[in-house]
Design a protein around this ligand. Structure first.
Ligand code: UTP
Length: 302
């Protein structure tokens, strides 16, 4: 049984400056909740209620977000704003949140290693704090099922265009036991396109076995001088293949400006309360832009 999730959120977020100078990228709101809330909600849907944040300097707002806010609750109660009060209280009850500090951002592998004491001798999930999978897709559930069936570490994979493989960890694979699954025989972090073993890229989800901690302790700094989780997984895969579970649905890298914009538009369009009005506005705006482009103008705004 997998019970615990480790969410590394200690990165510097340099791709999203200047927004991330004083605010963690995981706290940037996608529609009406911070990116990290989508991820904690995904954990809870999959039955993981023990969540460890691996945090760094300037990230304390994340812990506050999932804690009680007594002054705010009292103010909402006094104003009779019961629906808002419920939303705020439910957040504090969503999961049991723990945190540990990564004192220096020495890499994702190093961040995961910071979870060793809390996780102990159990399998656990790792999800990157800026990587949202469409909440309608039960993807983490599929990964957990693959772990329970095989007892092997499980890595989330997605096909990417060849010209993007250099941005990801990339898997060397063989056919798997089930539809949508592969056996991972090797992994390379951010390969040059002509050295990439496939176009199956690692997305920010893993089910890991606790022996990964010992492997990480022995893993030297790799790409970018950082201790890479991909390199530790490569060591494990050399001994016995890992399981790759392919995501066919939507996934957003909200730590990237374009990925963040796509997440905002698509998740807003999916919302019952906001979607219809938002999509109607968007259609009208795009039509206006199209007309203006045809006229040689700059387009209007509604
Ligand atoms: P990223 O590659 O997105 O790095 O890390 P980053 O530093 O946060 O962002 P950029 O590239 O500068 O914009 C992937 C995940 O690993 C975490 C990040 O918080 C993010 O969730 N991470 C990375 C750590 O927790 N510690 C690290 O030392 C590095």
């Amino acid at each position: 049984m997998v019970r615990k999730a480790v969410l590394p959120v200690a990165g510097l977020g340099t791709r999203f400056l200047p927004a991330t100078k004083a605010v963690a990228k995981e706290m940037l709101p996608v529609v009406d909740r911070p990116a990290i809330q989508y991820i904690v909600e995904e954990c809870v849907r999959a039955g993981l209620e023990d969540v460890l944040f691996v945090t760094g300097a300037g990230k304390s707002a994340m812990e506050d977000h999932f804690d009680r806010a007594l002054d705010l609750e009292a103010a909402l109660a006094a104003k009779g704003k019961d629906a808002d009060l419920e939303v705020v209280r439910d957040l504090a009850d969503l999961a049991t949140i723990h945190s540990v500090r990564q004192q220096e951002p020495l890499g994702l592998g190093h961040a995961v290693l910071m979870g060793a004491d809390h996780v102990g001798d159990e399998p656990f999930v790792v999800i990157l704090g800026d990587d949202i999978v469409d909440p309608a897709t039960p993807y983490l559930e599929r990964m957990l099922e693959a772990y329970e069936r095989t007892g092997r570490g499980v890595v989330g994979l997605m096909e990417v265009p060849e010209d993007q493989v250099h941005l990801y960890g990339v898997a060397a694979t063989e056919p798997g036991d089930r539809d949508g699954e592969v056996r991972i025989t090797g992994l390379v972090e951010k390969p040059d396109p002509d050295e990439a073993p496939s176009n199956l890229a690692i997305i920010g989800r893993y089910v890991l076995t606790p022996d990964i901690f010992g492997v990480l302790e022995r893993t030297p700094p790799g790409r970018g001088g950082e201790i890479q989780l991909t390199d530790a997984l490569q060591t494990q895969a050399e001994e016995e293949p890992l399981v790759g579970v392919r995501l066919d649905g939507r996934r957003f890298d909200t730590g990237d400006k374009l990925g963040f914009l796509k997440a905002t538009v698509q998740l807003a369009a999916d919302r019952e309360d906001l979607g219809p009005e938002f999509v109607a506005w968007l259609r009208g705006w795009l039509d206006d832009e199209g007309d203006a482009a045809a006229d040689g103008g700059t387009g209007g705004s509604r």
